[in-house]
Design a protein around this ligand. Structure first.
Ligand SMILES: C[S@@+](CC[C@H](N)C(=O)[O-])C[C@H]1O[C@@H](n2cnc3c(N)ncnc32)[C@H](O)[C@@H]1O
Length: 402
């Protein structure tokens, strides 16, 4: 083992890794904090950078905290468990501040809304299945890390993992979703041997359905979620916010900050955001590419007794022009990649008074805000700690037409 000794960690990168310089080459080191001195081994050597792993801590940071998770050193599931929760929040504020300043020259005060449940909050996880065992991959590798529990996931999800012997699958992947009633949807993708002991499984968990290779294997292909007074049907492959309590915080925040006549909910999923703030508007339009999600959104408008919602299925960049009404408020909640150029142009043409841009990727957000800011004042940006103990954070921006 070629050990590099006494390496000084200088700062944290945007993925929560320590940054050091070894032979003048930037090196990213998991589970290493600024001011720490460590011995490392290189696990990846690239022309421009190295990745390394700590084998010995010579000087530890005062900010280092004990990690209760036995898988943390290898598992790629979370990245910031080795500092206090408050420090993870400060790190996220600094990171977003720097990215906004670097990519869009926006210098604005940021606040963060903390997570009430900093562990066991995730209602969905995806695991690899490797020779009947379940686990995550190590960060940026295909090294399998077997787990019996994930401390970020809801207890109801961990109950499924603990009973993996009842779901025998040789190889593939499994998504486990849970709702506000702790009902479980299991989504399996596998072309290998499968043997599920349904009778015993149903005694251990509140099983709503199992979907195998996109076909219902048992029960239903959906369940319902609830936020405030609204119910949402969620298909097994529809997006739903992974942290129910923070999703409610975001909705309450938008309700307090924005109202108008005609709302356009872009990338609307099953209609959660638009319908949850529907009382502040007279008409709602929603656009979403996933057919199941748009069917769910239509169904949800009916069960939530909103008779002024219109949903269109398709790629936002191609069909946004189908909305002919004068829109005064737009919610933008795109995938991590953000907006494509012509969608921004179409949005600008609408001259909506309010834009609420929600993003889990501050890099694509900064790039898009850099264009939007020519026509909009960036009134407020708040961070919501949707993904505690990971380097991810949800940013909610309120923009007003100049
Ligand atoms: C971050 S999720 C937001 C969903 C929803 N706003 C919510 O809060 O539940 C992004 C959504 O955009 C959808 N999507 C991805 N690309 C799209 C596109 N080009 N046009 C329309 N919808 C798209 C995804 O299917 C997903 O439902």
């Amino acid at each position: 083992m070629n050990i590099k000794e006494k390496i000084l960690i200088e700062k944290l990168d945007d993925f929560g890794r320590g940054i050091a310089y070894i032979n003048n080459k930037i090196t990213f080191i998991k589970n290493a904090l600024p001011e720490e001195i460590v011995d490392v081994v290189l696990i990846k050597e690239n022309k421009k950078y190295n990745e390394a792993k700590v084998v010995n801590y010579i000087k530890k940071s005062k900010k280092r905290t004990d990690v209760k998770c036995p898988y943390y050193n290898n598992c790629g599931g979370c990245n910031l468990r080795h500092i206090s929760y408050n420090d993870t929040c400060n790190y996220k504020i600094e990171k977003v501040k720097n990215l906004l300043s670097k990519f869009s020259d926006i210098n604005i005060n940021l606040n963060i809304i903390k997570n009430e449940y900093i562990l066991n909050y995730r209602n969905k996880i995806e695991l690899k299945i490797n020779d009947y065992d379940w686990g995550y991959y190590e960060t940026k590798t295909n090294n399998f890390v077997s787990i019996n529990e994930c401390l970020l996931a809801l207890d109801s999800i961990n109950q499924v993992i603990k009973n993996k012997d009842l779901i025998k699958i040789k190889d593939g992947s499994i998504i486990i979703r849970s709702n506000y009633l702790n009902e479980i949807l299991i989504v399996i993708n596998s072309n290998s041997f499968i043997n599920i002991n349904l009778e015993k499984l149903r005694n251990c968990i509140n099983l709503k359905g199992i979907i195998l290779n996109d076909k219902v294997y048992y029960g239903e292909s959906y369940f319902f979620e609830q936020i405030n007074d609204y119910k949402f049907k969620v298909n097994y492959n529809s997006f739903f916010q992974v942290n129910l309590s923070i999703a409610k915080n975001i909705i309450d925040y938008i309700l307090d900050n924005v109202s108008g006549n005609n709302l356009l909910d872009l990338y609307c999923g099953v209609g959660v955001l638009g319908q949850s703030i529907s009382k502040n508007f007279k008409k709602i339009y929603g656009i979403e590419i996933n057919k199941n999600s748009i069917e769910d959104a239509k169904h949800n408008a009916i069960i939530n007794k909103i008779n002024y919602a219109n949903y269109i299925c398709g790629d936002t960049s191609k069909i946004i022009g189908e909305v002919k009404d004068k829109i005064d408020t737009i919610i933008i909640d795109p995938p991590r990649s953000g907006l494509v150029k012509n969608t921004i142009e179409d949005i600008l043409k609408m001259k909506a008074l309010n834009i609420i841009y929600i993003s889990c990727n501050p890099v694509s957000l900064s790039r898009d805000l850099n264009v939007l800011k020519k026509h909009y004042n960036i009134e407020k940006i708040s961070l919501f700690d949707m993904f505690s103990y990971t380097y991810h954070v949800e940013c909610v921006c309120i923009l007003k037409l100049k």
